[in-house]
Design a protein around this ligand. Structure first.
Ligand code: SF4
Length: 226
């Protein structure tokens, strides 16, 4: 089965062990090639080109299996994993190994996110919430509508844990972040705020101050990257 998956899966990068990508778990992170967004701050440009395919699923799996004693989770990240028609197969394979599985998504395929949760194939979802409705096209090149559907579904369901994540693009001002809190995030469990690695990024102090102003919108505010 791993060989069949290999033919349809483009793994552009792999971090064998990470202590920060899955809350409270030791995880391997698989980066799938290809994304339908074009965020101005994206550091994964190399893996957006879906023609790249440097690693085989079977070789990644082989090493993960060897490390099952101390790696208890896998993060399926991108690019955008929900673009893969065989995502369900991939997740099922990982779950069958007894691993906790986290999906990182930009939220543009709400039906896929819903399906993999309802099938019990993921244990955690991280959804990127990138801008206000007005500024989504500016920051990502896409409209917000499908992302809103994913956000609403995650907040409604109670099967798995999830977090919303926002990179503090310099295109977003304080009023934008408050609007995102009010219109998109409000009532969420966890909102992770991360510093942008780009020109004119918010300073670390500003990130901390902004995070403190957003506390009213989510039960937990997590600050990353400062
Ligand atoms: S959604 Fe993620 S991978 Fe896609 S362009 Fe934006 S930052 Fe890059």
């Amino acid at each position: 089965m791993a060989k069949q998956i290999k033919q349809n899966l483009k793994i552009a990068g792999w971090q064998k062990v990470s202590l920060i990508d899955y809350p409270e778990r030791v995880a391997s992170v698989i980066f799938l090639a290809g994304c339908n967004m074009r965020c101005h701050y994206c550091h994964n440009h190399k893996i957006l080109d879906s023609r790249q395919n440097q690693l085989s699923f079977s070789s990644v799996l082989r090493v993960i299996k060897q490390r099952l004693a101390w790696v208890d989770a896998v993060v399926v990240s991108g690019g955008e994993p929900t673009l893969y028609p065989n995502l369900i197969e991939i997740l099922r394979y990982l779950k069958d190994l007894g691993l906790f599985v986290k999906l990182d998504t930009n939220g543009t395929r709400p039906s896929v996110v819903r399906e993999v949760i309802e099938l019990g194939l993921v244990d955690y979802v991280a959804l990127d919430v990138k801008a206000t409705a007005t500024k989504y096209p500016l920051v990502t090149g896409m409209a917000i509508d499908s992302v809103l559907q994913t956000a609403e579904y995650l907040k409604r369901q109670n099967r798995i844990s999830y977090q919303f994540r926002t990179t503090l693009s310099p295109y977003l001002n304080h009023a934008d972040l408050l609007e995102m809190g009010k219109m998109i995030v409000c009532g969420a469990k966890t909102w992770q705020i991360q510093q942008c690695r780009c020109e004119n990024a918010y300073s670390s102090d500003d990130v901390r101050k902004i995070a403190s102003q957003l506390e009213r919108y989510a039960k937990h505010i997590v600050v990353k990257g400062i």
